[in-house]
Unconditional design. Structure first.
Length: 133
């Protein structure tokens, strides 16, 4: 075998290994109960903010800790500890996706995604916005 063939095989093997590692470590969407059954594994949990419970953020004590309560798609509620400041317009979001791991009864989120309410809720308003003037 030529040296170029050996180098090519090594590069291909490394690429396949990198792809398999990425796929194996990628997180998936789940509920709090699934995340709790596989504690320590990274999951995306989609749900809604519970407006009835308190949200705690005190930048003087810890600027990288925001605590709130969220209900997942099954209605299970958990305390979420976000390792960051609260995102802008957090209270206005329709849906929240937290990315992180369960630790006991709390979900420790490393990041958060939000779906904010659409300004085009009324189809007639959307049509007006699209029409050229």
């Amino acid at each position: 075998m030529k040296k170029s063939h050996i180098v090519a095989l090594i590069v291909i093997a490394a690429a396949v290994a990198a792809i398999l590692t990425t796929v194996a470590e990628s997180s998936t969407y789940a509920t709090f109960s699934v995340a709790q059954s596989k504690e320590g594994k990274v999951f995306h949990v989609a749900g809604k903010l519970n407006h009835d419970k308190e949200r705690i953020y005190d930048p003087h004590i810890n600027p990288n800790l925001f605590t709130f309560y969220m209900k997942d798609s099954e209605g299970a509620e958990r305390k979420v500890l976000l390792n960051a400041a609260p995102p802008q317009d957090f209270e206005k979001s329709e849906q929240i996706v937290v990315i992180g791991k369960m630790n006991g009864d709390a979900f420790h989120a490393s990041s958060i995604l939000m779906k904010c309410p659409s300004k085009y809720n009324n189809p007639q308003d959307a049509a007006k916005a699209i029409k050229p003037s």
